[in-house]
Write a protein that binds this ligand. Structure first.
Ligand code: NDP
Length: 459
């Protein structure tokens, strides 16, 4: 064994980089291996480039809205190559910053795959070198799921390829009804691409509050997305003109320039030597860990999407922080996965934290407050988009246990609402907070009368 480290991290994404840096700052000898680009899914092919595409897609509506405010925007044109290039330049800049921060912390970077060869050893694939480490952290994230049994599946792209398309398609069919499907359907349709969303269930965004699901599905359809529910692909074929033809389980066929799968992601556990090292996996293939991100092998840990707990960047980071606190500072810390807020950057954007109405009802009596309104800006704009805000209150304690928002700036608002939910504040305390006028957010402290008390059905 030619090297010895206190910590060897496999995977330089959000969780791995944070753990490596913090452990090195604590005085540990740390190495990190990355087979692709430093930054991981969030920086390279996820949150960051996605949000930049979202910004780009919002301009078309802004140009329309501007007319009611006296502006005329003539000759507006969109150039995909410019956007694609600028987004990739930003990704490269951020990846470079991640590398710089690792270097500054004294972390050794190995470019290439690494796999465990035992509880205290990893092997670098490129050089074959074996390295001894006191602890190993698996932070390899996940990858997009492809239905390999589907005929013609190789003709479809995933979110990975969406950022690098040679040209913007005129039409696209996106399969899925979760975060990625909704976000990319909103992006492409905002950029003027004729977009079809194909979802196997009846209502998109399973797991979100029912009212939000209904609202977002209706809004996508109202803004021109062709939403098809209750169907999946049965075959994909390439036409002579290079377009794709999709056969659906409802007996219809559709044609489009591109087809995209956004039907989930899977943990990256293959080829990591986990079996060899004796690390147990959960049924879904994720690395099984306890609250302290410990696997069944005392010297091997895992954080982030590879553990399939809550697959969000800030969660991976918090898990990494807790791991370093516990293992390198002697202060046992487990990240609390309750009341983690999240956002879907769709049209409209969604922000949610805490219990849905259904989940809260399953626990006890609830009071529901709901407000649907046209944001002030949309009146002069002649924009029909409405904002939905909903508070779920536990009747026994009076605590606000769920906040569900769909409308402009919902992702920004939910971050602040999440503080109140996490702090366990009551509806009375929300109401004691004076409104900021005129804002959409003031509605959150002005919802006087509940829509329904206790376990009555909502109005
Ligand atoms: P999601 O789990 O959010 O959604 C997957 C979707 O695909 C669901 O609608 C699911 O349907 C459907 N689906 C699953 N399997 C099949 C299948 N075999 N055939 C047809 N449809 C199928 O996954 P995503 O890929 O959208 O995103 C992965 C994760 O990444 C998210 O869960 C989230 O944790 C994270 N993410 C977060 C973002 C954010 O914070 N803004 C953005 C992007 C990703 P059903 O509902 O019926 O199961």
């Amino acid at each position: 064994m030619s090297h010895t480290y206190d910590l060897f991290v496999i995977g330089a994404g959000s969780g791995g980089v944070r753990a490596a840096r913090l452990a090195a700052n604590a005085g540990a000898r740390v190495a990190i291996a990355e087979e692709y680009r430093i930054g991981g899914t969030c920086v390279i092919r996820g949150c960051v480039p996605k949000k930049l595409l979202v910004y780009a897609s919002e301009f078309a509506q802004s140009f329309k809205d501007a007319v009611g405010f006296g502006w005329s925007v003539e000759g507006a044109r969109f150039d995909w190559a410019t956007l694609r290039g600028n987004v990739q330049a930003e990704v490269t800049r951020l990846s470079g910053l991640y590398r710089k921060n690792l270097d500054a912390a004294g972390v050794t970077i190995f470019e290439g795959r690494a796999a465990a060869i035992g509880p205290h050893g990893v092997r670098l694939e490129t050089s074959g070198e074996a390295i001894a480490a006191a602890r190993i952290l698996i932070a390899t994230g996940g990858h997009t799921y492809r239905p390999l049994e589907l005929k013609g599946q190789e003709l479809a792209i995933t979110s990975n390829e969406a950022f690098h398309l040679e040209r913007l398609p005129e039409s696209i069919i996106i399969a899925g009804g979760g975060y990625i499907a909704i976000e990319f359907a909103s992006i492409f349709s905002g950029l003027g691409v004729a977009t079809t969303l194909l979802y196997r269930g009846e209502k998109i965004l399973r797991g979100f509050d029912e009212d939000i699901r209904t609202h977002v599905q209706n809004e996508l359809a109202r803004t021109g997305v062709n939403v098809i529910t209750g169907a999946v692909f049965t075959e994909i074929a390439e036409l002579a003109n290079g377009r794709r033809r999709a056969s659906l389980s409802n007996g219809t066929t559709l044609e489009a320039d591109e087809i995209m799968f956004a039907i989930g992601r899977e943990p990256n556990t293959e080829g990591l030597g986990l079996e060899r090292a004796g690390v147990a996996l959960a049924k879904n293939g994720a690395v099984a860990v306890d609250a302290f991100s410990r696997t069944n092998v005392p010297s091997i840990f895992a954080v982030g999407d590879v553990t399939d707990r809550i697959n969000l960047t800030p969660v991976a980071i918090r898990e990494a922080v807790a791991f370093v606190e516990t293992e390198f500072h002697g202060r046992p810390m487990a990240f609390d996965h309750a009341d983690v807020a999240s956002a879907v950057f769709g049209r409209p954007p969604v922000g949610a934290v805490g219990l849905t109405e259904d989940a809260a009802r399953a626990r006890g009596k609830v009071r529901i407050y709901r407000s649907m309104f046209r944001p002030m800006k949309n009146i002069l704009a002649g924009n029909e988009q409405r904002t939905l805000m909903k508070l779920v209150v536990d009747a026994a304690s009076g605590r606000v246990v769920g906040v569900h928002l769909a409308g402009p700036e919902a992702p920004e608002l939910i971050q602040l609402a999440a503080i109140a939910v996490k702090a366990g504040l009551s509806k009375a305390q929300w109401d004691a907070t004076c409104a900021v006028h005129p804002t959409a957010a003031e509605e959150l402290v002005l919802m006087g009368e509940p829509l329904c008390h206790d376990n009555e059905a909502p109005a």
